[in-house]
Design a protein. Sequence first.
Length: 202
Amino acid sequence: MSTTAVRTFKNKEDNSKMINQYKVIKTLGSGSFASVKLCVDTKTEIQYAIKQMNKKELRSKAIGNGRNAYDCVLDELNVMQRLEHPNIIWLHEIIDDPKKDSIFLVTEYHSKGSLGDTLSNLNAGRGENDPKIGLKRESVRLYLIDILRALHYCHKVIKVIHRDIKPDNIMVNHNDEAILIDFGVSALFDGEDDQMSHNMGT
C-alpha cells in the first residue's frame, strides 16, 4: 500500500510524535541517511518498524552510472512490493508525499531482534581472548532452513539475489522463525543464464 500524503504532529494526549496514524514509541536505530522507529498503529494497535529517509540527502549521494542513492531506494521498494513469503520481511506501507523531504517505509516489527543482536547478547561482557558463544546447533539448523526457503523464493520466483546475508539481516519472529530483511544491495537477474541485470543499494 502506498500513501502520498504525510502528516507529522504531536499527540495531544502524551506529546508523542505521530506519523499519520502511527505513534512513535522509540528509536530502534539510525544511520547516515535513515532512522528506524518502533511505532504503533493507533487504529489497529499493531506495532510496526518505520524507516524514515531524507530524499534530498539520498539524491545528493552519487553512486555512479548517473544514479544516486534515492534511485537505489526506489529499486529496492520495487522488489519489496513484490515479495510475499513468510520468511521475508513484509512491507506494509510506503508513505511518500512529493511535497515533503522524507519517505517512510512501514514494515512488520519483530521484537526479538536480529541474529546479530542475539549473538551480541550471548557474548556481552566477554573479553577479546574469551571463546565466543554461538547459537545452539538445532536453532542454527532451523534458521538455515528458513533462510534457504526465503532464498529459493527470491531466486526462483522473484529473480532477485540478496547479496548481503549476515546475522544482522536476519530477524527472528515471535514463532522463533528466521526472517530475511534489507534488500538494499540486492540485484535482479535475467532469465535462464542468471546474469545480473541491475544493481541496487547504497
